[in-house]
Design a protein around this ligand. Structure first.
Ligand code: SAM
Length: 217
């Protein structure tokens, strides 16, 4: 039996334990280390996925045999490196980033990780760029990690353009603790959860800010 704190993990982990398990299970090579450090070095928000989440997403993609992957929200390319390594040399990742500076930093990171040939970083708002990718589909996975107010639109796009068995992954689905609050972003995020359930078998993992994983039916 576990109480609510231990079920959500908060009773058992602390900074030192997390650092130790990251070192054992989610080691960084030079490419990942560069991209992980890049936001802080370039005056960008350090809001990339955690090391365990990056490794988990990469593992899920490998299990699904993903070759064609779309990401919304590139930042400095940390998660994109994980995605690119998962799809292998014959696969491709299209990563959409609103901020041109973030996209530039990401391209440098992808180059230093040796995966620049298998990632296309597209600059623009996700809702505007995604339609231009449709001819490349159907896709094997869509990873959503950008503006929270648009998650419901991204989820609908994914439901339409993923193959059966394809993966929908969304980070920050607890909306920084405001999921059940007022406001357009909270309502949109709740719609994302509920609509995902209509087309996907879903699980919502209680990572620090919630990670939704869905397999398209
Ligand atoms: C949480 S960060 C992405 C982190 C990245 N996935 C990683 O883990 O390395 C969110 C990114 O989404 C970008 N963004 C914000 N609004 C966006 C939009 N409408 N379309 C595309 N990207 C957007 C931000 O500029 C930021 O770089």
């Amino acid at each position: 039996m576990a109480d609510i704190d231990s079920r959500s993990g908060t009773a058992y982990f602390d900074k030192e334990i997390l650092e130790w398990v990251d070192g054992v299970h989610h080691p960084h090579d030079a490419g990942l280390a560069y991209a992980f450090a890049a936001p802080a070095l370039h005056g960008m928000p350090a809001i990339q996925v955690g090391r365990a989440e990056g490794a988990l997403i990469a593992m899920l993609l490998r299990l699904a045999g993903a070759r064609k992957v779309v990401e919304v929200g590139t930042l400095a390319g940390y998660s994109a490196i994980h995605l690119a390594r998962s799809v292998g040399p014959s696969g491709h990742v299209w990563s959409v980033e609103y901020d041109a500076k973030h996209a530039r930093v990401a391209r440098d990171g992808l180059r230093s990780a040796g995966v620049e040939d298998r990632v296309t970083v597209l600059v623009g708002a996700g809702v505007e760029v995604l339609p231009a990718l449709e001819a490349e589909g159907p896709f094997d996975a869509v990873f959503i990690d950008a503006d929270k107010v648009s998650y419901d639109q991204y989820g609908r796009w994914a439901a339409k353009h993923l193959r059966p068995g394809g993966l929908l992954i969304g980070d920050n689905v607890f909306l920084f603790g405001r999921l059940l609050g007022d406001g357009d972003d909270a309502a949109g995020m709740r719609r994302f959860h509920e609509e995902a359930r209509e087309s996907f078998d879903t699980v919502c993992i209680p990572t620090p800010d919630g990670l939704l994983v869905g397999v398209k039916r």
